[in-house]
Design a protein around this ligand. Sequence first.
Ligand code: NDP
Ligand code: HSE
Length: 437
Amino acid sequence: MKPIHIGILGVGTVGGGTFTVLKRNSEEIARRAGRKIIVKMIADKDLQKARELAGNEAVITDNAHEVTCSPDIDIVVELIGGQTIAKELILEAIVHGKHVVTANKALLANHGTEIFAMAREKGVIVAFEAAVAGGIPIIKALREGLTANRITWIAGIINGTANFILSEMREKGLSFNDVLGQAQKLGYAEVDPTYDIEGIDAAHKITLMSAIAFGIPVQFDKVYTEGITKLTGEDIRYAEELGYRIKLLGITKRVAKGIELRVHPTLIPNKRLIANVEGVMNAVVVKGDAVGATLYYGAGAGAEPTASSVIADLVDVTRMQTADPMHRVPTLSFQPDLLSDIPVISMENVETSYYLRMQVVDKPGVMAEITRILADNHISISAMIQKEASDDSDEVSIIMLTHITIEKNINAAIKHIESLPVVTQQVFRIRIEELNK
Ligand code: NDP
Ligand code: HSE
């Protein structure tokens, strides 16, 4: 059978890994795909880098439009990143009737609806396994493997850089900035690392998974996003003392009022498998009504793990391209005209439990005042520790865990507690997920 010709846009970390793995495993991949997958063209701004990678094996250009418009290319693999030139190139490839494989979660979370609609109109596939959780085939699992289930929730460690930072801080006591530098050197971090540490990258990924799990449109503007930059070594230690580990989680849940969609640091009981996922590894727990909880684990970033997902998509597209568009696996798992308008609920209405750290003056009546405020807001305490004041201070840290409550109640309680003269710093809150139902 005639080989499939692909053009790779951008041969940085992921593009370089994709070329290398395709070359190394070409025979095996061809046996799976039913035909050879040949890199016919490469576009990169850095021609020398592209030549060092591919030698004379592909046509090399610094003008990516030559690839997206070339009649010789069947599949365009977009691995440049960002939302400007990448969007232009993907739309151009689609207009020229080419299938697209991309790892660009930022682009799809923000412009997926437009891109998927254009692909549908042109009868081509846009595949994006590598956009979520690096090498873990989670899109395939959600879209195909779990298709019998009514999915109730997903919780995932879906940013390798943030997990690497939290692990190194906890295990080695290293500083936030030192670890971030290491993650950048290892090629894990986004070009703008604030995407990793402020939870934006995880928000892109949970948006895509939520759409696939619940059959709703891609709605990045509705995600509540909080990163890891305010976490201290102190909180990591207190959480350990209470039997929890802090992870940056992407969470989406089907609840009575709609869909929860959120990213924030989260205390997870340390006996859960996902609490023990360390370093750049990612893990996603999916709860379905028929199957129960399933866990997917693997490298969440890096050249070859991500290439593994890019190439899985290439093989899928190669196998599917002869299928009539109506009978292909739908991009968001549900048939496009059967998406649901179930709302994403506001953070104020999310129900969960909380870790609260308060810095207070150590004098009689303070604890009583705080617990009264919590009770007035219908918040019940499940555990508490008070740390002794150091010799040169009259202040103590109080750490409380609450039972489940509504976010707006905890907001009101925190506001009231912070207004007390004996409370000397802002109350620090981390949400808790038991992940057991
Ligand atoms: P890199 O920055 O390593 O690679 C991007 C490449 O594209 C660079 O070689 C860059 O060249 C080149 N480039 C930039 N602009 C153009 C252009 N106009 N035309 C042609 N080439 C261009 O990024 P990554 O490989 O890390 O990421 C690529 C995509 O994969 C992103 O969407 C990212 O979010 C996603 N991703 C990354 C993962 C990872 O582990 N790194 C994991 C999962 C997804 P130059 O360097 O000269 O600017
Ligand atoms: N910067 C991302 C991460 C790359 O650290 O997880 C993988 O999407």
